[in-house]
Design a protein around this ligand. Structure first.
Ligand SMILES: [Zn+2]
Length: 206
């Protein structure tokens, strides 16, 4: 793509680094910003900069947060003994949107995936196991997507906490195999949390 302006070219190059945005879309967005009042671009730039500079991760559940204890972990009305294990903040948001879960979360930050070079040590697994072993947890619910990576991760964690005196369950699979949680509709996802099944039984049925 030939540009008549180095300034536009630079902006387009940066915008097109974002996933799903090609050069043409990036150019469209850049031209859109030029048509808007200057403040709008400043607000956008400032929002991105402060997000990057000030975002934190919850010390307890590792969810993305504005402070070192996220709002969910700080909420005393939630059941802190029930811990739902998810991949990332999008799953937390999807489950929160169902309004069906009053426990807390543990955000792994990904799934075990040898192909992508992601091993257990790169995920927040040890802090989950520690949490369970301190005896403050009564139930762990696996809510990873039912892909091979999700199942591998569930089973890896299960092996480490299987001898603890807690309930280990998995969300009921109303969700088709391979679907990502964030795309499941709220009703289906809400139902699958309410009708969760013991993990060892779900595993044997596979
Ligand atoms: Zn938290």
């Amino acid at each position: 793509m030939e540009f008549s302006s180095k300034l536009i070219e630079k902006a387009v190059n940066e915008i097109s680094q974002l996933p799903g945005i090609g050069k043409r879309s990036a150019l469209r967005l850049a031209l859109h910003l030029l048509k808007q009042p200057k403040e709008q671009t400043r607000f956008l730039a400032e929002a991105l900069l402060s997000m990057r500079a000030d975002i934190k991760y919850c010390d307890n559940c590792h969810n993305i947060s504005d402070s070192t204890t996220c709002e969910i972990c700080a909420n005393t009305n939630r059941n802190h003994q029930i811990v739902c294990v998810v991949e990332d903040i999008r799953d937390v948001m999807a489950i929160e949107n169902t309004g069906q879960f009053r426990g807390v979360y543990h955000v792994l930050g990904g799934k075990i995936s040898p192909i992508d070079g992601v091993g257990p040590s790169q995920l927040k697994i040890s802090t989950l196991v520690e949490k369970v072993k301190t005896g403050t947890v009564s139930e762990v619910i696996f809510a990873l997507s039912s892909t091979m990576e999700g199942d591998t991760t569930n089973f890896y964690i299960f092996k480490q906490i299987a001898d603890c005196d807690i309930v280990v369950s998995t969300i009921a699979r109303g969700i088709a195999v391979g679907d990502e949680l964030e795309y499941a509709d709220e009703v289906t996802l809400g139902r699958s949390i309410l009708h969760r099944v013991p993990f060892d039984k779900a595993f044997k049925n596979n």
